[in-house]
Design a protein around this ligand. Structure first.
Ligand code: AMP
Length: 282
């Protein structure tokens, strides 16, 4: 595995592959890699000649009171995991090379980025889209791989690449879960033992809501109530940003369930904010 730290070198390397007609799959991450990340890597390896992974804890996407400084950084273990997966390139840029002094450009998708998590994390998606746009321009991958776990992010990235005419196929991969249903996340490392046990409440609430929709529930309000009732049993939850039923396209809450819907929850356990979602069709 080649480790590249300089954006210019990364750009030259990927251009080389592309002129030789080789397909390049790209998996952007913030590191602290787990099976969720590795599932994206495996999908990319299946579909492309070359697979590149990036690890970059992007300061632009953290709010001033968020966890940028304590975000888990496990680069040595990450390198080991990527070597075991036979990844071709690891792009590991320094912050000063991604955002040199005077960096002043942002990428924003209006409206969609203000829904759901956007309401609670102002500026978050602007940071995500700016770094993803920059990475896609540096690497020019054939395909880029993202997890459904961050559903809103996938909608915004699709919209951004379409609007800007970036020539890349966006592939969304299923959420990988722990044995008890908890969606894998680098942030799960923050959870204490009791909080870790409590965290499965998100999965339970989504599963019950999903079962209700499959069984014929058609009222958004009724399905919301099912999720709220399950979450309210968990005393360790310190806040619920949302637990609701959304349109998978507009990300608006849906009063009526007519077609496929997105069930999604964002909730806090102490200072750890967890998100999870399921797509379900009646
Ligand atoms: P992150 O390092 O958290 O920014 O995540 C990098 C990529 O991995 C994003 O596209 C995430 O959606 C994806 N990802 C994170 N957790 C999971 C998971 N449990 N299952 C599948 N993909 C995931």
């Amino acid at each position: 595995m080649e480790i590249i730290r300089i954006p210019r070198i990364m750009r030259e390397a990927s251009r080389e592959y592309l002129v030789r007609g080789r397909t390049l799959g790209f998996v952007p991450t913030m590191g602290a890699l787990h099976e969720g990340h590795l599932s994206l890597v495996r999908m990319s390896k299946e579909e492309n000649a070359i697979t590149a992974v990036s690890i970059f804890v992007n300061p632009l996407q953290f709010g001033p009171s968020e966890d940028f400084s304590r975000y888990p950084r496990t680069v040595d273990e990450d390198i080991e995991k990527l070597r075991n997966e036979d990844v071709d390139i690891l792009f590991l840029p320094a912050e000063t090379l991604m955002y040199p002094e005077g960096f002043a450009t942002v990428v924003e998708v209006k409206e969609l980025s203000e829904k759901m998590c956007g309401r609670y994390r102002p500026g978050h998606f602007r940071g995500v889209l700016t770094v993803v746009a920059k990475l896609l321009i540096i690497l020019r991958p054939t395909r880029a791989y993202f997890g459904q776990k961050d559903y809103q992010q996938t909608v915004l990235i699709r919209k951004m690449t379409k609007d800007l005419g970036l020539d890349v196929e966006i592939i969304v991969c299923p959420t990988i879960r722990e044995h008890d249903g908890l969606a894998m996340s680098s942030r799960n490392a923050y959870l204490g033992k009791e909080q870790r046990a409590a965290a499965t409440t998100l999965y339970r609430a989504l599963s019950q809501a999903s079962a209700a929709v499959k069984a014929g529930a058609r009222s958004g309000e009724a399905v919301r109530a099912i999720m709220q009732a399950e979450l309210s049993k968990e005393a360790l939850l310190t806040g619920i940003d949302y637990a609701s039923v959304f349109s998978p396209e507009t990300l608006e809450e849906t009063p009526e369930i007519a077609g496929k819907v997105l069930l999604a929850i964002a909730a806090r356990l102490g200072s750890t904010r967890l998100i999870d979602n399921m797509l379900v069709a009646p």
